[in-house]
Design a protein around this ligand. Structure first.
Ligand SMILES: Nc1ncnc2c1ncn2[C@@H]1O[C@H](COP(=O)(O)OP(=O)(O)OP(=O)(O)O)[C@@H](O)[C@H]1O
Length: 257
């Protein structure tokens, strides 16, 4: 089973320590919501896990140090939906999603049937199959997000890291995407998603990690992490707490101070 171990991770950027001694262990089957206020270090943590920025401390996947893993091997193991959805080139939706298969094919080789199937499935799941011929540069922000999610799904890696994948999506697509991520976890993948929608995270994620000023302040179930005390201290909000089908509903309703 996939296992990710992060031990005493530190990241400094621009002379400031952004991630300060974060440790956690995660396994395939978990859908983890990485939450915390703006600037708390969520994106930085994901980027460090991907080896996109320097860090110190331990990061291992299946007991292999991720920093020593070849880029292609890492890409086979980890997909990433970045927070930036900018598109420079007017590539078709289908071409962009097909790029998710790059780690699976040898240089200069064409997609095989298995790759084309993965691309079709990913486009269908992210609801972008109907726009397959359209240039990504002409899509709305939410449509572009779904294409980039489809690209990550097509990669079919054991770990999915997604940075606010639902932030530009309408309610139906937010639910659809989080259900897809839940399905990935149910099938043994590890999903780590940043999210500002606390109710969405509470409903779908199996575990929440709460970051504050680069430190892991809480790690556990939605009910353990999304307490009135944590929301006040970390987010500076008072919230309404409710229930829907046994799931916690959290609606921030006033900012304190
Ligand atoms: N390249 C950089 N150089 C200097 N500081 C940076 C750099 N990238 C990010 N930071 C700083 O690191 C801190 C954490 O940023 P990060 O993007 O990880 O936060 P976040 O929790 O993902 O926030 P948000 O919820 O707004 O997306 C911020 O204060 C940010 O200004």
């Amino acid at each position: 089973m996939t296992s990710l171990n992060v031990e005493n991770l530190h990241v400094s950027l621009g002379g400031r320590e952004i991630v300060q001694g974060v440790s956690f262990a995660a396994s395939g089957g978990e859908f983890i919501g990485l939450i915390g206020p703006n600037g708390s270090g969520k994106t930085t943590l994901l980027r460090a896990l991907l080896g996109l920025i320097p860090s110190t401390g331990g990061i291992s996947l299946n007991n292999v140090d991720l920093r020593t893993m070849a880029a292609k091997h890492r890409a086979l193991n980890m997909s990433y939906v970045a927070q930036e959805r900018d598109a420079t080139w007017p590539l078709s939706v289908e071409t962009v999603v097909s790029l998710g298969r790059t780690p699976h094919i040898a240089p200069m080789q064409q997609l095989k049937a298995v790759d084309r199937d993965a691309v079709e499935t990913a486009m269908r799941e992210a609801d972008v199959a109907d726009m397959r011929e359209r240039p990504i540069t002409e899509l709305s922000g939410g449509e572009r997000s779904r294409v980039l999610i489809a690209r990550a799904l097509a990669q079919a890696s054991s770990v999915m890291l997604a940075d606010e994948p639902t932030s530009a999506l309408d309610p139906a697509h937010q639910i659809r995407v989080t259900e897809i991520f839940s399905g990935l976890a149910a099938n043994g993948r590890l999903v780590l998603m940043t999210c500002h929608d606390l109710s969405l995270a509470a409903r779908f994620c199996t575990r929440l990690l709460l970051l504050n000023n680069g430190r892991l302040e809480a790690d556990g179930s939605a009910r353990q992490v999304l307490t009135a005390e944590n929301l006040q201290r970390v987010y500076g909000v008072q919230a309404f707490f409710g229930e829907d089908e046994d799931k916690l509903v959290v609606v921030p309703r006033s900012a304190i101070g």
